[in-house]
Design a protein around this ligand. Structure first.
Ligand code: RIB
Ligand code: CA
Length: 319
């Protein structure tokens, strides 16, 4: 089979395990993983973040049934950061974590194992096959690495939505997922693998403009009942430099499926833990000779939206 660029055989289906804190954009990342035929969502693990663990887990269980991906296990993880007090973001995601979207109560059982045990078992039992993606605070990932450091050898790849090489959003210096558990992020970036860090500099190119919002409504009930309301719930009165919400977490799943939509550079990423004003900052050195990360910087925005809408359109919501 020819493998010249553009002449490759159909890409193999990529197995994806998503650790998340749904969450407006986490929900749309789950939808992307559910709709892309080139991805097999092998599990969802939840962590406290945008709202507490009970809320993120409830949301994941409800979304699983609404998207009709009933066979995907959902396992609950850490409710608290490794050492700091919990930070949540109801002011952005709403009290429930899903804005003003109300879904049917879940009827299917949660995974009996904890998220940490589920992550370790799933990755160990499929060495070199699991693309691990984290779109919330990195507490579950850090705890799993403490229990089984060989995860770094077994994963096919590891991608996060988090950090920034310029400004933050939780504070002027720190992006929320890192700010919520800086100690976990520090352990994760120091674990010896390559972390693909999809930061705010990239995700703020995936803005829900009015035109994108109209495309969402054209998805039918999925669009009008869920996608558009989630993607337009948060209006930031302070940051008038963007004309819409950014779908941060969707970018992380898209990277696994369509890396060609991203232009990236290697870098050394360290996490600031002690700064009075900079705790949780990702300090990104693009000139290091000891990189531990790949940092996507530029997004093919038109290609991204075309890909995302094609995948989302494959999902038939449970009526
Ligand atoms: O800073 C954006 C990130 O924080 C996203 O993952 C969003 O869901 C929140 O968790
Ligand atoms: Ca998230």
């Amino acid at each position: 089979m020819w493998h010249r660029y553009g002449m490759t055989s159909a890409a193999p289906v990529r197995k994806l395990l998503l650790d998340c804190d749904p969450g407006l954009d986490d929900a749309l990342a789950i939808l992307l993983a559910a709709g892309d035929p080139d991805l097999e969502l092998v599990g969802i693990t939840t962590v406290g973040g945008n709202v507490g663990l009970d809320g993120t887990t409830r949301n994941a269980l409800q979304l699983r049934e609404y998207f009709q991906i009933d066979g995907v296990p959902v396992a609950a993880g850490a409710d608290q950061p490794l050492s700091r007090a919990a930070e949540t973001a109801e002011h952005v995601h709403g009290a429930s974590g899903l804005g003003d979207v109300v879904l049917a109560e879940a009827t299917l059982a949660i995974e009996a194992r904890s998220a940490i045990d589920f992550l370790i078992d799933t990755i160990r039992d499929a060495p070199g096959q699991i693309h691990l993606v984290a779109t919330g605070p990195l507490t579950n990932i850090a705890l799993a690495l403490r229990q089984e450091p060989r995860l770094t050898e077994w994963v096919a790849s590891f991608t996060i939505m988090g950090g920034s090489y310029t400004r933050g959003n939780a504070t002027p210096a720190a992006e929320f997922n890192i700010f919520a558990d800086p100690e976990a992020a520090a352990e994760v970036f120091a674990a010896g693998w390559t972390v693909t860090m999809i930061g705010l500099d990239l995700t703020l190119q995936a803005i829900v403009t009015d035109a994108v919002g109209e495309r969402m409504k054209a998805l039918g009930p999925l669009g009008t009942d869920l996608v558009e309301p989630l993607a337009t719930f948060w209006k930031n009165p302070l940051d008038d430099q963007w004309d819409g919400q950014a779908l941060h977490d969707v970018c992380a799943v898209a990277f696994v499926a369509r890396p060609e939509l991203f232009t990236s550079k290697p870098a050394r990423v360290e996490i600031e833990l002690a700064g009075e004003f900079t705790a949780g900052m990702t300090v990104v050195d693009f000139h290091s000779d000891a990189p531990n990360a790949l940092v996507p910087m530029r997004l093919d925005v038109a290609g991204f939206w075309d890909y995302v809408f094609a995948a989302w359109g494959n999902v038939e919501p449970r009526g």
